[in-house]
Design a protein around this ligand. Sequence first.
Ligand SMILES: Nc1ncnc2c1ncn2[C@@H]1O[C@H](COP(=O)(O)OP(=O)(O)OP(=O)(O)O)[C@@H](O)[C@H]1O
Length: 290
Amino acid sequence: MELTISHISKTYKKGGVKALDDFHAILTPGVYGFLGPNGAGKSTLMNIITDNLTPDSGEVLFDGKNTRALGKMFRARVGYMPQQQGLYDDFSAVRFLWYMAAVKGIPRKEAKPRIEQLLTLVNLKESAHKKLGTFSGGMKQRILIAQALLNDPDILILDEPTAGLDPKERIRIRNFISEIAQNKIVILATHVVSDIEFIAKEIMLIKKGKLLLLDTPAHIIDSMTGKVFSALISLDELSAAQKQYRISNIANENDQICVRIVSDTIPEYAQITPVKPTLEDVYLYYFADQ
Ligand SMILES: Nc1ncnc2c1ncn2[C@@H]1O[C@H](COP(=O)(O)OP(=O)(O)OP(=O)(O)O)[C@@H](O)[C@H]1O
């Protein structure tokens, strides 16, 4: 199974923003972390893949076939969880899933066992008849993921699935996505590094509509070797250091300051040591100016 995002460009008429600029990537089963700051073009791309938006140029291909030409056949294989919007607060969880199954044109006979199975999968069986308006942030995210899974999609697109969640819920949702990702192409858009660091097969870095990198987390992190340093400086030096370098962490150490610096060149401090890069450093390296 292969999803080709082939040279997609899109400029919004309103505002004239070039949201996507010749974006090209080939995706196979596994979780793709789609990482970029606000406004980078993530939602635009996901709306194009799901056929909610038309690109100016380029096309999306599923196993070599144009997805617009495949039409309904392709849409039946896609599950989409948009960013949390006004949920149907007065609907119970089970009613919401029935409603979404109808919207997706899933026959009642198929929908019934699927809804039961999904409520168990997302651990909401006991809250099936509670109104969505009473749900916590994590429960809302889980029911939104469940609706994206109603048609047992081959391609699952998740737009910021952990937005607004506390760390415990974040980890839960992350593990849950990892579990359901078997044999699916999962695109998980986020600007939170920790959401994808451990579960992504590959990471797509997007900046101003352009694909900067598409590679495994390990390769991306390795490519930063020799660019991350730890320096001990005095408090007086801190403000100049912040102006000169991208600083990913500041910690007090006795009467000195330990700064973590991301830099192409070795910073000129007396007490400096190269350190192992992390994905957070990568993010800062590419997006410090965003
Ligand atoms: N409907 C629209 N009309 C005009 N401009 C838009 C529209 N939607 C998005 N944009 C602009 O296109 C660019 C890309 O936006 P997009 O929502 O795709 O980014 P994003 O990476 O998903 O950001 P976020 O994480 O904030 O959702 C931004 O500059 C945004 O302001």
